[in-house]
Design a protein around this ligand. Structure first.
Ligand code: PMP
Length: 450
């Protein structure tokens, strides 16, 4: 595509390196410029409107253009645009948000700690876990287990937790002491004739085997998303978490629930932890926490973690960790207002009410010839595509579907050949139908062109 000189597109190519993008291809294709948003829709620079079927990056829970968040930010900007929480300082918004999150937590949590992204939250969780092991006089208890196809971020440690090849390849990752156990994806990982219940049992057995092979005394923690998101929207098999959790308890392994996508309503409960009856020691939160109007993330830690960390910081004389912008007062004020909206409008109840239609339409797409599996829960769903002509080029079919959806006014995300649907939580039933009508038409067009 030729770009006008000095156009935004041309300047983007000239000056910006993009995340999760083939940079050379970008030089040829140029960007899609999103200019504004309202509700579940965004508009590009040509004035074309799209349903944001992924809520940005699973994040804009309350939709675009929410004035209450703009006003909350403006009020806080005027009063105190910045302060930090280092060295015994604090400010109102960080205290209020910490209290709100600890109070909301579905399992007993002791403290909130603020960070700026999901990656930083998970990275910090690892540091807290290591710090705790040292505090307990167990310096050998440092290994962390996550899962193949799990997604936990892109900093050196969180990218190591992430179990996806593109986050490791050419980055010299994963770092040592981070281990991956099998993905709980039934369709691709099951043995012939294996029932879902037997598969869940095998996932748990594999985890236990890994723990025993490494030495339980060396394993500090296990990280898992209640429902895997960026690794392809993998809903765990029935009974999976009920089998995994006792193993963690048995070997005194901390459980970190990465709620970065599932948190704040996505699965039809406030937290994925409730949906699956989890008992995490640490929860990491981001995205819908502030609807991503401003960067904000947090960890909730229980007394087991906090107590040891507090003792160690006392011994050393300080807890030597912290980000300049963490707990930012403007971001915290926005997060507080955002949580108020989620509660006042009962968006969690809304997701529960509309999810049956969402899942019905999702699974109806699953009947399409190009779709080999549909999976979802709450307001998170995916279809996995396959076609014999494109079997040798993974991702090619996803790219075609992505283009067909975009052309018809739906932004989704191709995770390889998996198309994800993860709309703003405010999406109405009519809009759910509008979204899947477009997806159906897009798939039909792709099938016809093959
Ligand atoms: N954890 C999960 C479950 C995520 O989905 C993501 C982002 N997609 C992250 C962590 C990392 O968050 P961030 O991109 O804000 O660093």
């Amino acid at each position: 595509m030729t770009q006008l000189p000095n156009s935004l597109e041309a300047r983007d190519i000239a000056f910006q390196l993009h995340s999760y993008t083939d940079a050379r291809k970008h030089e040829e294709m140029g960007p899609m410029v999103i200019e504004k948003g309202e509700g579940i829709y965004v508009e590009d620079s040509s004035g074309k409107r799209y349903i944001e079927g992924l809520a940005g990056l699973w994040s804009v829970a309350v939709g675009f253009g929410e004035k209450r968040l703009v006003e909350a930010a403006a009020r806080q900007m005027e009063k105190l645009p910045y302060y930090h929480t280092f060295a015994h300082k604090t400010h109102g918004p960080s205290v209020e948000l910490a209290e709100k999150l600890v109070t909301m937590a579905p399992v007993p949590m002791s403290k909130a700690y603020f960070t700026n992204s999901g990656s930083e939250a998970n990275d910090t969780a690892i540091k807290l876990i290591w710090y705790r092991s040292n505090a307990m006089g167990k310096p050998e208890k440092k290994k962390i287990i996550s899962r193949v196809r799990g997604y936990h971020g892109v900093t050196i440690a969180s990218a190591s937790l992430t179990g996806l090849p593109n986050n490791h390849r050419s980055f010299d990752l994963p770092m040592s002491n981070i281990l991956h156990t099998m993905s709980p994806h039934y369709r691709t990982m099951r043995l012939e004739g294996e029932s879902e219940a037997d598969f869940a049992r095998r996932c748990a057995d594999e985890l236990e085997k890994l723990i025993l092979a490494e030495g339980p005394e060396t394993i500090a923690a296990f990280f898992g998303e209640p429902v895997m998101g960026a690794g392809g929207v993998i809903v765990p098999p029935e009974g999976y978490w009920d089998l995994v959790q006792p193993i963690l308890k048995k070997y005194d392994i901390l459980f970190v629930a990465d709620e970065v996508i599932c948190g704040f309503g996505r699965t039809g409960n406030m937290f994925g932890t409730e949906t699956y009856g989890l008992q995490p020691d640490i929860m990491t939160l981001s995205k819908a926490l502030s609807s991503s109007y401003l960067p904000m993330s947090a960890l909730l830690v229980n007394e087991k973690v906090y107590g040891a960390v507090a003792d160690e910081s006392h011994k050393i004389g300080t807890f030597g960790h912290g980000y300049t912008a963490a707990g930012h007062p403007v971001a915290a004020a926005v997060a507080l207002e955002n949580l108020k909206i989620i509660e006042e409008r009962d968006l969690v109840g809304h997701v529960r009410d509309i999810s049956p239609t969402f899942l019905k339409r999702l699974h109806a797409l699953g009947e399409h010839d190009l779709v080999i599996e549909s999976r979802g829960i709450g307001f998170i769903g995916a279809i996995e595509l396959a076609h014999s002509d494109l079997a040798k080029t993974p991702g090619a079919l996803g790219a075609k579907a992505n283009a067909a959806f975009t052309e018809r006014g739906l932004i989704s995300r191709a995770l390889g050949d998996t198309m994800a649907f993860c709309p703003p939580l405010i999406m109405t039933e009519a809009q759910v139908n509008e979204m899947f009508d477009i997806a159906e038409a897009g798939l039909a067009a792709v099938a016809k062109a093959l």
